[in-house]
Design a protein around this ligand. Sequence first.
Ligand code: GLN
Length: 543
Amino acid sequence: MTFKYIFITGGVCSSLGKGITSASIGMLLEQKGLKVAMLKFDPYLNVDPGTMNPFQHGEVYVTDDGAETDLDLGHYYRYSNSPLSRDSNATSGQIYNNVIKRERRGDYLGNTVQVIPHITDEIKERIVQCAKQEEGIQVVLVEIGGTVGDIESLPFLEAIRQFQNEHENDSLSIHLTYVPYLKAAGEVKSKPTQQSVQLLRGIGIFPDIILCRCEEPLPEEVKAKISLFCNVKRHSVIEEVDVKSTIYELPLKLHEQKLDQMICELLSIPNPQSDLTEWKRMVETIKNPSGEITVGLVGKYVQHQDAYKSVFEALDHGAIAAGVKLNIKRIEADKIKTEADLAGCDGFLIPGGYGQRGWEGKILAAQYARKNKIPYFGICLGMQAMTVEFARHVAGIPDANSTEIEPHAPDPIISLLEEQSGVLEMGGTMRLGAYPCLLRSDTLTCAAYGTEKISERHRHRYEFNNTYRQRLEKHGLIVSGVFEEGELCEIVEVKGHPWMIGVQFHPEFKSKPTAPHPLFENFVSKIVSLKKTEKGNILNASC
Ligand code: GLN
């Protein structure tokens, strides 16, 4: 089979869920037995999102090979089994950077370097590279960030036009648009969709399938109108009604409307029956929880939808495995003044972060969880805060701190990695990607993983300072995981606490609703069992 390509564009406005839609399509095609690779194009000029503020961009998703990528890759991971690496995300910044580097090298000697063909060629090359990254890939799903009509996405759309022209029978185009309901008129409006498709057609891209994001099911006449004006078959107009209970329902909704079958037919690929039993069971579990828990998430960007996307999702996966509903209490770290601000939580999670704002609030949360024996899960900065808290209040080192917060801290419990001193460039220079970690067998962590050898993804500059290791261990801090080669302490636990674990890496990037990450699963299940004991075996939905 030759490679097949699916291009997904978005129209009318942003935030329509193009990433989740693309991921759902990837998952549905995998259920048809196809090997899928996903690729996200981002039209901004940053080389990667690593240097962007979470308010601007949301989470930065890290791959095994250490690429700092768009958060949509997290959706791809959760829904599909697509390989995810540097080959899975390209920004305009990377594309231009490569072309300009080549120009300086003299690769184009004699020529004027232009958007067409040089930039578009580079974009097309990235599509081919994604297809060839692993043996056996059959379908490449390419999501184009931004909204049709944006100036910056034009080179990507032009490249896709050319690509489709060159692979006429092996590619198809899906357009996700918004069909609003106007309350005052009492009507659903198809005009924005018509105009967005006109824009696309003006560029030379003719959508084969139109996905209509809407709040309520679309009346038949609206679908017929979109079909007529946008020149797609009536059954190729598919609605994507807001899912009420869980976003994991989306693939099922698309399958009900035969989107997967339609794609197979349009691309002339075999269309076997798909087996969605496991996925359906998972969605049913989410819809019928047998209790609920509340986890306090203490961070700087808690009000931002996407800043801790994978953390929220991974916690949810733990809750799915335990069959409970998860409530997240978003706690602004820099607003924590007293312990009262932390009340009402069955567990705490302190996610990764940077900088001083909210640091002391995180330490207070760690102290509160430790003293009250409430489950605590510290990720990256959350692990560092947990360690500094332990040093200050248990090991008798009152001036303990991280040098990220206090560069000349008298007791730098957390300090800059050796390899980081002298690094001046900010972009892509942290300790990034997957590293192996060896677990100590008699620890909670090892019990949770069920193995002694793990590999997890990193994104940080600072590290546990080994000078203090013995002193902290003497007081009951357990180093439960190390990166042997670099002699780095990667995981800590507190002796005698029911579940207080801090990890220097980011386990949230490797969790799926159908395969929760062991630490998240174990954390939630510990919370549930403690709550059951506390409530005399009743995990009451209203408590
Ligand atoms: N700021 C810390 C460091 O660089 C933690 C990073 C993180 O939480 N991702 O080490």
